[in-house]
Design a protein around this ligand. Structure first.
Ligand SMILES: Cc1ncc(COP(=O)(O)O)c(C=O)c1O
Length: 424
């Protein structure tokens, strides 16, 4: 296929007519295909079915876990996640089934009570947060709910625009935090380099109680390449800034989303401060599930084997998406994307002003994508270019059809834009 740029108006109109016919044929099929959320597929969920047969409830210290208690989590779970994530056991709290819930609660505690002796954020006239974009819609939704001003920070090849982050944090006391997905990030698949992690640890912040929300949701979720993330605790120890870390992780995409366990990790001060408040929120989380998780995952080595099995299921799906994009747009650069090394998404950018239209066209023909704009705070993508594709859930056949339709919609929307702008 020739680049649209090299076609005259008549050729474009002819191509448009041909594409419209294909679109109309798809319309007749009454399709119902979903590439909207990063959900594991059935084959991935089946990998963890054995966890359902584990009925133990006595801990390694002979504690009956059916009863109340152990607010910070059972020792064997702390040990397992300490090994997996290379964090000291004493700096880990094992929580309930969701990191998103933990992130929300952590923000709520800072908002209502403040960190240690610092002023609660609710008493300050303005709170600002730095938001790497494109990013995770549910993070932005939490920050919006609390009324924080969100400042977009562009994602770069090595993480985020650190010059911008450093300048802003150094000069503005109202900037209280940044929310990062440092590995195989949602949706761009970006991995933060050692330099980026180091600069986040080292940078000067005008706010004394500045927090880095380090949502390492995809810590183990490689597809094409295993990337070693520089340990933020090691980096912060060098500069004595450990108190700025709030580290999150869960087994949602290791065993069952919403049915796993989450962790919060932080400095000694952070763990102490968190437990002080947490003890008023709950008597303890679901320790039986914690034990089941440990018995199922066993150790780091076994967990990595399970992640390899996930990767083997996901890779052919990412191949379909990436190969189809390549076939359709390699010589016709009207869509941009990066090949992610892992994670759950492929992030693409249309020409300016087309993302909403493409998503709407896909929807009309029965292909559901995440709403355009969702990858930006308040759902405002000023250029209207970014679309998040989630290949994990559909079957290979469904996915191939869905991505073919997506490419078709991109082409139609682009031709319409070119014709409308008379850009020929
Ligand atoms: C970056 C990120 N954080 C958190 C979550 C949700 O995690 P949990 O199931 O532990 O609440 C997701 C889910 O897609 C995610 O992409």
């Amino acid at each position: 296929m020739k680049s649209f740029k090299n076609l005259c108006k008549e050729e474009l109109l002819k191509e448009r007519e041909n594409l419209q016919k294909q679109y109309d044929n798809y319309l007749k099929e009454n399709l119902d295909l979903d590439m909207s959320r990063g959900k594991p597929c059935k084959e991935q969920l089946d990998l963890s079915n054995d966890i359902l047969n584990i009925n133990d409830y006595i801990s390694r210290d002979n504690i009956d876990l059916r009863n109340y208690g152990i607010l910070d989590g059972i020792k064997e779970a702390k040990k397992l996640f300490a090994d997996i994530l290379d964090i000291d056991e004493n700096n880990i709290i094992i929580g309930g089934n969701s990191t998103l819930n933990m992130i929300y609660d952590a923000i709520a505690r800072l908002y209502m009570f403040g960190y240690m002796d610092n002023t609660p954020w609710c008493k300050l006239s303005k709170i600002k947060f730095l938001c790497p974009v494109p990013g995770y819609d549910r993070h932005f939704d939490i920050l919006e709910k609390f009324g924080f001003e969100m400042i977009n920070i562009p994602i770069t090849e090595n993480g985020i625009n650190m010059d911008m982050v450093e300048n802003l944090c150094k000069n503005d006391e109202a900037i209280k935090g940044i929310i990062c997905v440092p590995l195989y990030s949602n949706p761009t698949g970006t991995c933060y380099s050692k330099e980026t992690v180091e600069r986040l640890a080292k940078m000067e912040t005008k706010a004394k109680d500045f927090k880095i929300f380090w949502d390492n949701a995809y810590a183990l979720h490689y597809i094409y390449e295993k990337i070693e993330l520089y340990n933020i605790f090691d980096a912060c120890k060098k500069y004595n800034t450990q108190d700025r870390i709030l580290y999150f992780f869960s087994t949602s995409k290791i065993n069952f989303p919403g049915g796993g366990v989450s962790i919060l990790a932080g400095s000694d001060n952070t763990i102490k401060d968190t437990l002080k408040h947490l003890s008023k929120q709950t008597i303890g989380y679901d320790k039986i599930n914690q034990l089941k998780t440990v018995k199922f995952l066993k150790n780091k080595e076994n967990t990595l084997k399970l992640m390899e099995a996930h990767s083997n299921i996901l890779k052919p799906k990412f191949d379909i998406v990436l190969n189809t994009l390549e076939e359709n747009f390699k010589n016709n650069p009207i869509l941009k994307w990066e090949k992610p090394k892992g994670g759950y998404f492929v992030s693409v950018d249309t020409l300016e002003g087309l993302a909403k239209k493409v998503v709407a066209m896909c929807k009309e023909v029965g292909v559901v994508l995440t709403d355009a704009g969702s990858t930006y705070p308040k759902k405002i993508d000023i250029n209207d270019t970014n679309i998040r594709i989630a290949p994990s859930f559909p079957s290979l056949e469904e996915l191939q059809k869905a991505i073919n339709i997506f490419c078709l919609c991109v082409k139609i929307a682009t031709i319409d834009k070119m014709l409308a702008e008379n850009n020929l």
